[in-house]
Design a protein around this ligand. Structure first.
Ligand code: GH3
Ligand code: MG
Length: 455
């Protein structure tokens, strides 16, 4: 993981110390000795994380944080406030100023690295989302270009053996999330796999159960491996924390738990989970958009070009038949000319619906171009294909198409050409070409008919 981290502190020795540790982990480090220059750096350079001291002459850390969060160009940069242990009120102020997390002086390595890595991971996914939103906006896909949504409340599973600590943690978490509580770790694993949690908090307080066992099981199950895990553990159990982080536990808090710290870390993990979920959904959506025809919702030509070869190879390998049908609406130009382009679009949509209603689930229906559609039918002989094509022809002819723009209906017919896979070697281009020639025949023979290519 590489990231650019800005260390802000007015005491040069403190800056040097943090800088050295971060450099040792191969982070890229920038430094600032006061609030003004920190703000200037964040404006000018891409920064992935700010480690911010509170007590500084002139502008203090709270104000720097508030200003960063108020500026749309820097609001997305995570801020970690470096606070003194004996000043719990600083954390409340820090949260109000928009801080994402806290580090306590003197800063220990484990804390430093887990906080930094956790927030840099969050920044990476949210950056990717912002980038995609930008691209989507540029190419006019408003649906994908939604700006960052406000934080949605999270769903937390709290695994905790003791009623007293359950109570205490619940009090801190209730204002920011829906919390389910389970005391038995095995039951918790099932619950996590069954429901949709954004975070599992594991309190390491079981009498004779190793909490890391649950963490590792959560990491290995398909249904739970993307859920962040926050471990709550005893002060001084550093070796357990190190093992937990190695296992893929996302973050930790030490007992006695400071509610503000718990809230900050919980919010970070929930945000990251939501960002990740949206990222995965957006990848899925992008794929669907790339292979779908906008107007009709059928697959588009790009998809057919890629998929037809696969279907043909599979049929050939199994010695199964495969047929395709190209269909073209008759005198479609006339519909456009009479009722307008929008009415034409409406007819295309309805035509696609009738195609969809005719074919089986295993068939592949695509919009090939303007008013031309292709249906690929695996496991279908030429005779069967002729029956399907005839059924579609009738479906189109039998019921006139609604033209809402002119408040009328219009009779529509289509011509269809079919061709079938040759056993002695065939290509998608040749198969399509034969169906296209048959379609041309159907048009020549008077339209509104099915013609099969010669075998
Ligand atoms: P034929 O029976 O010989 O197929 O005659 P036709 O009028 O259907 O064929 P032609 O190729 O002459 O015209 C097709 C028209 O389809 C021309 C084009 O403007 C129109 N078209 C292509 N794509 C779209 C579309 O997405 N929406 C609309 N409304 N019209 C389209
Ligand atoms: Mg036509």
């Amino acid at each position: 993981m590489t990231a650019r981290i800005l260390v802000v502190d007015d005491v040069p020795a403190n800056v040097k110390l943090l800088e050295a540790r971060l450099l040792a982990e191969y982070f890229d480090v920038l430094t600032a000795g006061d609030g003004q220059s920190a703000l200037a750096i964040c404006e000018k350079t891409p920064v992935d994380l700010v480690l911010l001291d509170i007590m500084m002459p002139g502008m203090d850390g709270f104000e720097v944080c508030e200003r960063l969060k108020a500026n749309s160009r820097t609001a997305h940069i995570p801020v970690v406030m470096v606070t003194a242990l004996d000043q719990p009120s600083d954390r409340v102020r820090g949260l109000k100023a928009g801080a994402d997390d806290f580090l306590t002086k003197p800063v220990n390595d484990l804390q430093l690295m887990s906080r930094v890595k956790s927030l840099v991971r969050l920044k990476n996914v949210s950056d990717e989302l912002r980038l995609r939103a930008q691209t989507a906006h540029t190419i006019g896909l408003q649906d994908l270009a939604r700006p960052d949504r406000p934080d949605e409340p999270g769903n937390i599973l709290l695994v905790d053996a003791r009623a007293s600590s359950q109570e205490r943690l619940l009090r801190a978490l209730k204002p920011i999330a829906d919390v389910s509580i389970i005391s038995d770790p095995q039951a918790a694993l099932f619950e996590a796999a069954e429901s949709n949690f954004d975070l599992v908090i594991v309190n390491a307080n079981f009498d004779d159960y190793d909490p890391l066992r649950l963490c590792s099981q959560l990491r290995s199950l398909e249904r739970t491996r993307f859920i962040p895990i926050l471990l709550v553990t005893e002060q001084g159990r550093d070796e357990m924390v190190v093992r937990a982080l190695e296992l893929g536990v996302t973050d930790y808090v030490m007992r006695p738990v400071d509610p503000n710290e718990l809230v900050a870390r919980t919010l970070t993990q929930i945000r990251r989970k939501h960002c990740n979920d949206r990222l995965r959904a957006s990848v899925q959506q992008t794929i669907e958009l790339a292979i779908t025809d906008d107007l009709t919702g059928l697959h588009n030509r790009r998809y057919l070009d890629n998929h037809l070869k696969l279907l043909m190879d599979r049929a050939a390998a199994r010695g199964r038949p495969l047929s395709i049908c190209i269909t073209d609406i008759d005198r479609f130009k006339h519909i456009n000319d009479t009722y307008g382009h929008d009415a034409g679009d409406e007819v295309l949509r309805e035509f696609a619906n009738r195609v969809r209603a005719t074919v089986r689930g295993a068939d592949l229906a695509c919009r090939f171009g303007g008013e031309e559609f292709v249906i690929v039918m695996p496991d279908t002989t030429p005779e069967m294909a002729a029956i399907v094509a005839e059924r579609l022809r009738l479906m189109v002819e039998s019921r006139a198409f609604a033209i809402p723009q002119a408040d009328t209906v219009h009779p529509v017919t289509a011509s269809l050409g079919i061709s079938s896979l040759r056993a002695d070697g065939d290509t998608p281009e040749a198969l399509l070409k034969r169906a296209d020639m048959a379609l041309y025949q159907a048009k020549n023979n008077g339209r509104n008919r099915v013609v099969a290519a010669a075998a």
